[in-house]
Design a protein around this ligand. Structure first.
Ligand code: FBP
Length: 551
């Protein structure tokens, strides 16, 4: 494999581990837990893995560990650091017993079901240490939910003498992990399943999970690019840049990037929903800032748009829900129609109110809203051009205002979508250490007989040595939600907390940022150099943990 000189140097980096993971560990168990909501339903669905205690590791005297084999799966969207989770698993497994083996299932959970795998060896893993991407074994979004999938998986698990499967994924993938753990526990197959919190979206967090891996690197990568765009904007002073940012539902990525770069406008979907805003309200909000800046001769600016925005506008949400149900029942019929007939098909099947909303949308966006859902029933928001929809609607609004004298200016727009650009970036020092620690933790959970747990590492704003490692039962994070027209147990997504310090800090500053052009240019991620530059955590984490060393 050919590598760049940066990659060669970076491969030599030895990720750091918390003190508790540097030697042998024993387990300290806490009190029994409850699900996030719908306790009775979740308990009934997960009788064998419900209510388990949170566990923490403590150093102990090392003893001999019999060899055991592990299978690992990368699931869902790419996130920087995935290869370091696998390196952490590999190194810990071999440290406990060099005869243990690690198998990687290819292209996501589907690899387990279809028996596609490779053995991960010392030589192979060497090329992937501290690299971005999931290309070592690939990723996929197959939903594990059917008994025949679990049984087919068991065949290869038995054949390779695998003791445990580690599923590295986001909320949906860890829901898969939980369902699989429960099934194998119920059948007493003796196969353990452990999850790892991955997603650039940052929405897999709670009292126990401080952040999902990849959020740190992805937001630093996007912020570098936003900073570059803002500097171009402030140099040419002639464009309004509409930048859509990944992050499916929650606006954590947009908020973090706003805190890092100080754009003129950043929309936060959760706030828009809480204030019951319409699409027109959002458009007027942007247009007002554009008009006010134009009065000062500033016909330029930067707008950040979270990709999940439309789902948070109540009227559009109701429309999306009805469309999802419609696609779940008539998807095949609908798929075979051309674009215009699809629009007609939808309008004849929709309820009156939702039809009215649907008809206000430009044809392209209306079509994008009705695209096929992913295997977990999610709208594929990365395919909806919300940034264009907004800029077109703002332009129309400004034209109206020209007539009444409310706006005089020039409105030229450029659109960007920052999503796939950040998901495979080489992990920051934070993600490199965090992921390696998560992988090490996963092996310790397995060695200590745990199943249905997610590996966790806490106290992450402290120096790595002081991080705390352990496990949290996945059922603790679950509730019931409507997916593909049915109620399903899923991990509850953590949306932006409107009372939380990151959002409140943004609110305190946004009017100033709207008026001035006080952009911050964070520059690229640094791996070597002063600690304040190389080892800074995200603003979100620093503000949430009250250790805002970054400001
Ligand atoms: P995960 O939740 O699986 O981590 O994926 C997140 C994400 O990157 C979203 O931000 C984005 O909307 C989506 O994946 C894109 O999906 P795909 O990779 O299938 O295009």
């Amino acid at each position: 494999m050919e590598t760049s000189s940066l990659q060669k140097e970076r491969a030599k980096y030895q990720p750091m581990l918390p003190k508790a993971l540097q030697s042998a560990v024993s387990i300290k168990e806490g009190n029994p837990t409850q699900s996030a909501d719908d306790h009775e339903d979740i308990k009934k669905l997960f009788p064998n893995t419900y209510g388990l205690p949170i566990v923490e590791f403590e150093p102990t005297i090392s003893k001999e560990t019999p060899n055991f084999n592990v299978g690992v799966i990368l699931s869902g969207g790419q996130a920087p650091g995935g290869h370091n989770v696998i390196s952490g698993i590999f190194d810990e497994l071999k440290k406990l017993n060099p005869n243990s083996r690690l198998y990687g299932f290819l292209m996501g959970p589907g690899g387990l079901v279809d028996h596609n795998y490779i053995e991960i060896t010392t030589e192979l893993i060497q090329n992937y240490r501290n690299t971005g991407g999931f290309d070592l074994i690939g990723s996929g979004r197959t939903k594990l939910e059917k008994i025949d999938q679990f049984e087919k998986s068991l065949e290869i698990i038995r054949q390779l003498d695998i003791k445990a499967i580690v599923i590295i994924g986001g909320d949906d993938s860890n829901t898969n992990a939980c369902v699989l753990a429960e099934y194998y526990a119920a059948k007493k197959y003796g196969v353990q399943v452990i999850g790892c919190p991955k997603t650039i979206d940052g929405d897999l967090k709670n009292d126990q999970i401080e952040t999902s891996f990849g959020f740190d690197t992805a937001t630093k990568t996007y912020s570098e690019m936003i900073g570059n765009i803002a500097r171009d904007c402030n140099s040419a002073r002639k464009y309004w840049h509409f930048i859509k940012l990944m992050g499916r539902s929650a606006s954590h990525i947009a908020l973090e990037c706003a805190l890092q770069t100080h754009p003129n406008i950043c929309l936060i979907s959760e706030e828009i929903k809480a204030k019951d805003k319409t699409l027109n309200d959002v458009v007027e909000y942007i247009a007002t800032i554009v008009a006010n800046r134009a009065k000062e001769g500033k016909n330029y600016g930067v707008v950040l748009v979270p990709e999940g925005l439309l789902e948070f506008i109540p009227a559009v949400y109701r429309l999306i829900q009805e469309l999802s149900d419609l696609l779940a029942t008539h998807g095949e019929e609908y798929k075979n129609l051309d674009d215009l007939s699809q629009k007609e098909y939808i309008t004849t099947h929709l309820s009156e109110t939702n039809r009215a909303t649907f008809e206000t949308l430009p044809l392209e966006v209306a079509h994008q809203l009705a695209l096929e859902r992913d295997p977990h029933g999610n709208v594929q928001v990365s395919l909806i051009e919300t940034e264009k929809l907004l800029s077109v609607m703002v332009e129309a609004k400004l034209k109206e205002w020209v007539k009444t004298g409310k706006y005089v200016g020039k409105f030229s727009t450029i659109h960007h979508f920052l999503g796939y650009e950040g998901r495979c970036a080489a992990p920051s020092n934070f993600d490199a250490n965090y992921c390696y620690s998560l992988g090490t933790t996963a092996v310790q959970l397995i060695a200590n007989g745990k199943t249905g747990y997610m590996a966790i590492v806490k106290n992450t704003t402290a120096p790595t040595e002081e991080w705390i490692a352990g496990g949290v039962p996945i059922t603790m994070m679950m509730n019931m939600e409507r997916r593909n027209g049915e109620m399903k147990p899923v991990i509850r997504k953590a949306l932006v907390d409107l009372q939380g310090a990151p959002f409140q800090t943004f609110v305190l500053n946004r009017e100033k940022w709207a008026k001035e052009s006080s952009y911050i240019y964070p520059g690229p991620i640094q791996y070597w150099g002063p600690k304040e530059v190389c080892d800074r955590t995200t603003k979100t984490l620093a503000l949430e943990k009250g250790s805002n060393k970054n400001e």
